[in-house]
Design a protein around this ligand. Structure first.
Ligand SMILES: Nc1ncnc2c1ncn2[C@@H]1O[C@H](COP(=O)(O)OP(=O)(O)OP(=O)(O)O)[C@@H](O)[C@H]1O
Length: 371
């Protein structure tokens, strides 16, 4: 039952097919006493699609997920799952698979018994249970470990058990709350790739909450970015990267900087005229969001030698605040015109207390509104 839908939120939201089969959240509000945790959040997830919800700590990610699961009361808005309005429905009747933080698996049960748990609770007959547990063991590559208990597993294996248990009930919607957060970084990369493969093999609408930008970019076919409980941008990873709605999105997603800019004939002028960049050096692209802006990712800037510094205003002198050696590069944090800028330069680059910066041709973008 794969439904093909536009994954571009600019198309005006979910079409009827998505709404009927996937997950739709409309204008969600969640409050805890006087605290508004979520306000005006809308999203949709098609069957077989994964949408990631990201944002800083306390922005309302888990509350959004828990509202979909029915674990917190909804103060406003609607939640539709597989065509049913479930806003006030008991959690157990939503057909949602939830993988909470810290791989909550039953410590006294074997891997197979953990996976069978939800099926047993739903009264699935033993023969059918065996088939489904076998399928899940296979999908999550746990077949060899079926008779082990969780304390005999690695963190990554335990997390796969939690995923298998959530998927065994064949949920319409799968909710993953920071699924990889408890793992060390090396393990996380491997499991992220595995998770991506496992999710691709299911037909569920998957909502994944993470504070890890890389996880969101690689797992989500669309990403909803929240700030202070409110939606900031809901779009494809590519568009969030290439055309961020505002400076917060650019910074949160990639540490990029978004500067107000003006076009003066064949120059882009930023920082009150302190920096005049020849347009030919820039990737000029249309934006859906507001005014003309200069988007600088870490590879957008380079450092020039003082002797070679052009005197036509196209180089920007900036104070060096921090230098970090990461093996393959030096990451500089520099300050100019009240802005902190990230610059990635080759490890052998000589760096003094100040540097002259120019854009790397074609690597910095001038976002210009459609006329
Ligand atoms: N049970 C609760 N009672 C009162 N306030 C709560 C409760 N749970 C969450 N909050 C508040 O609601 C807001 C959103 O919390 P939520 O856990 O949804 O954020 P989050 O984005 O998931 O954060 P994190 O990334 O740190 O897990 C926060 O201000 C938080 O303090």
């Amino acid at each position: 039952m794969t439904t093909t839908v536009s994954i571009d939120s600019r198309s005006g939201g979910p079409d009827g097919a998505v709404r009927a089969a996937g997950l739709a959240v409309d204008d969600l509000n969640v409050r805890y006493g006087d605290t508004t945790a979520v306000e005006g959040v809308s999203l949709d997830v098609a069957p077989a699609e994964t949408v990631a919800v990201i944002g800083p700590s306390g922005c309302g990610k888990s509350s959004t997920l828990r509202a979909v699961a029915g674990l917190v009361p909804v103060a406003g808005g609607t939640i539709t799952l597989a065509g049913r309005d479930v806003t006030s429905l008991d959690p157990a009747r939503r057909n949602v698979g939830l993988v909470p933080q810290n791989y909550a698996v039953f410590p006294h049960m074997t891997v197979a018994a953990n996976i069978a748990y939800g099926l047993r609770a739903r009264g699935v007959p033993a023969s059918e249970r065996r088939v489904r547990v076998g399928e899940m063991l296979d999908l999550t590559r746990l077949t060899e470990l079926a008779e082990r208990r969780p304390d005999q597993l690695s963190g990554g294996q335990r997390q796969r058990v939690a995923l298998a248990r959530a998927l065994a009930i064949r949920p319409d919607t799968l909710l993953l709350d920071e699924p990889l957060a408890a793992l060390d970084p090396q393990l996380r990369g491997g499991l992220r790739r595995e998770l991506s493969g496992m999710l691709a093999a299911t037909e569920c609408a998957t909502l994944i909450v993470t504070h890890d930008q890389r996880e969101a970019l690689s797992l989500g076919s669309r990403i909803l970015l929240l700030r202070d409980g409110r939606p900031v941008q809901f779009d494809t990873p590519r568009r969030l990267w290439d055309d961020p709605a505002d400076a917060f999105v650019a910074d949160f997603l990639s540490g990029a900087v978004l500067l107000e800019a003006e076009r003066d004939h064949d120059h882009a002028v930023v920082m009150d005229g302190r920096w005049r960049i020849p347009i030919r050096e820039l990737d000029v692209r249309p934006t859906e969001h507001g005014s003309t802006r200069l988007l600088l990712h870490h590879d957008g800037l380079g450092v020039v030698d003082e002797e070679e510094t052009p005197d036509d205003g196209s180089a920007l002198v900036a104070e060096v605040e921090h230098v970090e050696f990461t093996g393959d590069a030096l990451h500089l944090t520099v300050r100019a015109g009240g802005h902190a800028l990230g610059v990635r330069v080759p490890p052998g680059t000589r760096v003094g207390r100040s540097v002259a910066l120019t854009v790397n041709p074609g690597r910095a973008a001038l976002l210009t509104p459609n006329p």
